[in-house]
Write a new protein. Structure first.
Length: 353
């Protein structure tokens, strides 16, 4: 019974948070609402620190959203982003360099080593940056805390900023109408997509989103008839991800970072502003509209940025494709490059100690 409560209570709290955010018309309410209320709840609940979320619930939720994003892809999507992939990657590298400079700048003025500060500043996946930081003997606890500050800042501020700057409004673009006319067997394609995500889980970042997304996008482009998810499934998927964030992040972790958290918050703000500026330039010189361009460069998660895209009338398929390119580059290339550059300094430090 106790184990059931440890799983059930976070979902009840998350459902209440999502509904409240939905009532107040906040962006991506079913992720931000559960995350916010659960972070608050954990500090006062009697089972504090003992809640958990079964991994399969989170993975299934990622699969549902990956499939939903894939359904928005068409052949025109790839024709649109094809010519701009290289310029997009160039601007992405510039933003990464800015984040590295921010990390070096902070390490010059506070008692944090270069490796820790840089890995805390780069907008990659939280888990991937923490793991990569271990190879250069950085302070993984601080990397986790400061990456959490970055994650919270981006997930909360980018949707709000884009929504109000672009005068966006809620649209039902992800709340797809359910079609029960399709043959029941057509849902088997969704099972195949989930299986692809499972197969590539050890080889691809965010595999449970990207694997199904690419599978369904390919089937959609080939003209295979595919059904749509009921909106309830999509809300559940977002709720599960919000619960996951809420369980992962605690106020205690943020307090542990102390005064340095403010510095990493400010550098994240600089990175967000820079990404908005680069997004504007990208929209000027391409056929991609402003909202889509800004969300494609925003240093947030693929899921959060694509869901935000649906709230401001941006193209979720283009945001998915470009955020995937950004995510893949940061997670596969950046940690290795940083490890290679920082390793000599670490080795020298070890030899002299």
């Amino acid at each position: 019974m106790r184990k059931f409560q440890q799983v059930f209570i976070p979902y009840i709290v998350g459902l209440l948070g999502g509904y409240l955010f939905y009532l107040f018309h906040f962006p991506i309410p079913w992720i931000l609402g559960p995350m916010f209320l659960l972070i608050m709840w954990k500090n006062f609940a009697p089972l504090h620190g003992k809640y958990n979320q079964p991994t399969y619930l989170k993975n299934v939720s990622f699969i549902i959203l990956g499939i939903t994003f894939g359904l928005s892809f068409t052949a025109d999507t790839f024709r649109l982003i094809g010519p701009y992939a290289i310029p997009f990657l160039f601007f992405t590298i510039l933003l990464i360099c800015l984040s590295i400079i921010n990390g070096l700048f902070i390490s010059k003025f506070v008692n944090i080593d270069k490796a820790t500060s840089i890995f805390a500043s780069v907008p990659g996946g939280l888990t991937e940056m923490v793991i990569a930081s271990e190879s250069v003997q950085a302070n993984t606890s601080l990397v986790t805390i400061f990456q959490t500050v970055r994650l919270l800042t981006v997930v909360f501020l980018v949707p709000f900023s884009v929504l109000h700057l672009l005068d966006g409004h809620e649209t039902p673009s992800l709340m797809l109408e359910t079609s029960f006319n399709a043959a029941f067997l057509s849902y088997a394609w969704f099972i195949l997509a989930g299986f692809v995500g499972y197969i590539v889980r050890a080889k691809l970042p965010a595999a449970y989103v990207i694997g199904p997304l690419l599978t369904i996008a390919l089937l959609n482009i080939l003209g295979v008839p595919l059904p749509q998810f009921h909106p309830g499934f999509i809300i559940f998927a977002q709720l599960s991800i919000g619960v996951s964030f809420g369980l992962m992040i605690s106020i205690r972790d943020l307090i542990t970072g102390g005064k340095y958290c403010l510095l990493y918050f400010l550098t994240t703000m600089i990175l967000i502003i820079a990404s908005f500026g680069v997004g504007y330039l990208f929209s000027v010189f391409t056929d991609i509209n402003l909202a889509t361009a800004i969300l494609s460069f925003a240093p947030g998660g693929l899921v959060e940025m694509v869901l935000t895209a649906t709230s401001v009338g941006a193209d979720p398929s283009v945001v998915s494709a470009l955020q995937f390119i950004r995510l893949l580059f940061i997670i596969t290339i950046v940690p290795s490059v940083l490890t290679f550059l920082l390793k000599p300094a670490i080795d020298q430090k070890l030899n002299t100690s």
